[in-house]
Write a protein that binds this ligand. Structure first.
Ligand SMILES: [Fe+2]
Ligand SMILES: [Fe+2]
Length: 319
C-alpha cells in the first residue's frame, strides 16, 4: 500500500511540476516575444497545457479516494488490517495500541492513609462520593460515563506539567510524561466506550462542562502545589472507581442491568472475543482502574520518600 501511495503521490507531484513548468515556459515565451500574435498563440498554448495539467492533478486526486482533503500534503491513511485480515476501522487508535487487560491484578489493594496529607485527600474523595451517590444512585452506566469525563483529566494535567518542567529544567522525565498521558488516553477510551452504551442527556452534558471547568483548574493547582497529594488523590479516586465498577458488575449479574453485547470499539481496543458482552467490558475497565490506582499511589510514594519521579522507572504500557 505504501508503494501505491508513493506511486500516486509521485503522479501528483509530477503533474504539479509539469504545471509549474508549463506556466514557466508560457511566462518565458511572453517575455521574449515582441509580437501580439505570438503572445496570443502562446497564451492559448499555455491555457491548453494548464487545463491538461489541471485535469491530471484532479484525476490523481480522485484516484486517492481515501484522502478526504487534497493529497497535496502526502498524508493518507495506510492500509491497516486486524490479525484476521479484515480492515482496521478506527482512526482514533491503532492495533499496536490495543492490549489484553491484566485481570489478575489485586482489586482489593488499598493504601491506608498514614500522613496528615493522605488523610485529608482520602476524606476529600470520600466526601466527593456522597453527592455522586445521591445524584446517580444505582444508575451505573450513567455514573461511569460521567466519572470517566473526570478520570481522564489528572493524567493529562500531570503529564502536561511534567512536560513543561522537563522543558524548563532541561531534564529527562524518566518516562513519566508518557506514562501519565497513556493513563489519560486509556481513561478517554473508557469514556468513548461508555458513550456507546449510554447517551448523555443535555443536562448531563451541562454538568460535565461545569465539573470539568472546576476540576481541571482545581487539580492543576493541586499538582503545582503538591504532586504527592495530587497522585494520592487520584489513587483514592481509582479505588472508588473499582468499587463503582464492582457494583456495576453486581447489577449485571443480578439482571438489573441488561448484559448487552460489547460495543465494537471495546472489542478491538481490549482484544475481546467477538461475542463479548457488557460484563466483559466492565471487567477489563475495572482492571484498568486498578492499574491506575497502583501507578498513582506509586508516584505519590516516590514523592513521599523525598525523591523525584524520574528516579523511579515509569510504568510505561502498564495496563
Ligand atoms: Fe476509567
Ligand atoms: Fe482510572
Amino acid at each position: 500500500m505504501a508503494g501505491t501511495v508513493t506511486c500516486e503521490m509521485s503522479t501528483v507531484v509530477e503533474a504539479r511540476h509539469q504545471y509549474v513548468g508549463a506556466y514557466g515556459s508560457f511566462y518565458w515565451r511572453r517575455m521574449m516575444s515582441s509580437g501580439s500574435s505570438a503572445v496570443e498563440e502562446s497564451t492559448k498554448e499555455g491555457l491548453t497545457e494548464k487545463k491538461e495539467k489541471n485535469s491530471l492533478v484532479s484525476e490523481a486526486n480522485k484516484r486517492d479516494s481515501s484522502v478526504v482533503a487534497s493529497s497535496y500534503w502526502g498524508i493518507s491513511k495506510p492500509k491497516i488490517t486486524r490479525e484476521d485480515g479484515t480492515e482496521w476501522p478506527w482512526n482514533c487508535f491503532m492495533p499496536w495500541q490495543t492490549y489484553r487487560a491484566d485481570l489478575s491484578i489485586d482489586l482489593a489493594k488499598h493504601h491506608v492513609p498514614k500522613t496528615f496529607a493522605d488523610k485529608i485527600v482520602y476524606r476529600t474523595v470520600k466526601l466527593l462520593r456522597i453527592p455522586t451517590d445521591l445524584f446517580f444512585q444505582r444508575r451505573y452506566g450513567c455514573r461511569a460515563m460521567m466519572l470517566e469525563t473526570v478520570a481522564a483529566v489528572p493524567g493529562m494535567v500531570g503529564g502536561m506539567l511534567l512536560h513543561l518542567r522537563s522543558l524548563r529544567k532541561f531534564q529527562h522525565s524518566g518516562g513519566w510524561i508518557k506514562a501519565l498521558l497513556e493513563e489519560a488516553e486509556n481513561e478517554r477510551m473508557h469514556l468513548m466506550t461508555m458513550v456507546e452504551l449510554v447517551k448523555p442527556k443535555w443536562f448531563e452534558r451541562l454538568l460535565v462542562l461545569a465539573i470539568q471547568g472546576v476540576f481541571f483548574n482545581a487539580f492543576f493547582v493541586l499538582y503545582l502545589l503538591s504532586p504527592k497529594m495530587a497522585h494520592r488523590f487520584v489513587g483514592y479516586l481509582e479505588e472508588e472507581a473499582i468499587h463503582s465498577y464492582t457494583e456495576f458488575l453486581k447489577d449485571i449479574n443480578n439482571g438489573k442491568i441488561e448484559n448487552v453485547p460489547a460495543p465494537a470499539i471495546a472489542i478491538d481496543y481490549w482484544r475481546l472475543p467477538k461475542d463479548a458482552t457488557l460484563k466483559d467490558v466492565i471487567t477489563v475497565i475495572r482492571a484498568d482502574e486498578a492499574h491506575h490506582r497502583d501507578v498513582n499511589h506509586f508516584a505519590s510514594d516516590i514523592k513521599f520518600q523525598g525523591k523525584k519521579l524520574e528516579e523511579a522507572p515509569a510504568p510505561l504500557g502498564y495496563h
